[in-house]
Design a protein around this ligand. Structure first.
Ligand code: BGC
Length: 294
């Protein structure tokens, strides 16, 4: 069942909240460093008048050089905002977003940066996050119980992102025209099974196997993500789905990091996890869903 998306009250990862803690915009090694100007909590909503607001204009050269996956420097005049536009889903899970001076407006509010930063699309940039879980077993093959909480311990397939070196769920961007169920499988295959280094036959074999494993998922989250790349005119949204492996089906898949992932592992779930963007929040939901240790 699809969840309904709730607009977050504010965002903090994609904003400098005070002058003693300026947030850098993550850019490639050889690019200049961009620091986000402070936008205090009360100035985030667009409904608050902020005449002195001076966002930095920034769209990464990587984006400007990538016509294949990125929109043009200025949106085409016939861009169909809030719709599916030539296979590109420009709808937001949060409902209709505003267009100001020809550009979409971040529905949660100001971020200190205008332009697209590292994001390819003006407006929403859609991702999908597969959260594959299993119970942790002890050497005797019994489910491991946390001594304090007396609850069973869950594990999930985690990847270390090459860009920020943070641990994360092996998710990724939806391709134009792609169904969410396809993105979930493709991203899991690319990042956790290194499918790009498989031959055609192997890839097909794994894809079919995964189709079985990914048949029954539980949607955990759908909506806006407080992602470090968000700007005033471009932002991330995702659908996170949990696939719980009660029958050790995933045990037979050899994990191998690929594409945007540098490392991959089965990671124990607990409240001390610090993950990329909103991923700890998703994992917490999964722990609650299974009544697991947190
Ligand atoms: C990542 C997803 C993440 C999304 C929003 C994408 O680049 O691959 O895992 O949920 O960004 O942060």
């Amino acid at each position: 069942m699809a969840l309904s998306a709730v607009k977050p009250r504010t965002h903090t990862i994609c904003r400098s909240t005070d002058p003693s803690n300026l947030v850098w915009y993550q850019v490639g090694e050889n690019e200049k460093t961009i620091t986000r100007p402070v936008v205090s909590d009360s100035m985030v909503p667009w409904s608050v008048d902020y005449r002195d607001y001076k966002p930095i204009k920034y769209t990464s050269p990587i984006v400007l050089k990538s016509p294949f996956w990125a929109d043009p420097l200025q949106p085409n005049s016939d861009t169909r905002w809030n719709s599916v536009d030539k296979q590109i889903d420009r709808r937001s899970h949060l409902g209709l977003y505003a267009i100001a001076q020809g550009l979409p407006r971040n529905p949660v509010g100001r971020t200190g940066i205008e332009g697209r930063g590292l994001l390819g699309k003006w407006g929403p940039n859609h991702a999908a996050d597969p959260i594959v879980t299993r119970w942790k077993l002890n050497p005797k093959g019994m489910v491991e119980i946390n001594a304090k909480s007396k609850k069973p311990i869950l594990q999930f397939v985690a990847v270390e992102r090459k860009d920020t070196k943070e641990w994360a769920v092996p998710g990724g961007m939806c391709d134009p025209g792609e169904k969410i169920s396809q993105t979930l499988k493709r991203e899991f295959m690319e990042e956790a099974l290194d499918s790009q280094n498989m031959n055609e036959k192997e890839r097909e074999k794994y894809y079919n196997k995964l189709s079985d494993l990914f048949k029954n998922g539980t949607e955990i989250y759908r909506g806006y993500v407080d992602d470090p790349r968000n700007t005033d005119n471009a932002w991330m949204e995702t659908i996170a789905v949990n696939f719980h492996d009660d029958n050790n089906l995933f045990g037979n898949l050899k994990l191998s990091a690929g594409d945007d992932a540098g490392k991959v592992c089965w990671m124990d779930i607990h409240s001390g996890l610090r993950l990329y963007a909103s991923h700890s929040k998703f994992i917490h939901q999964v722990a609650l869903l299974h009544n697991a240790d947190w």
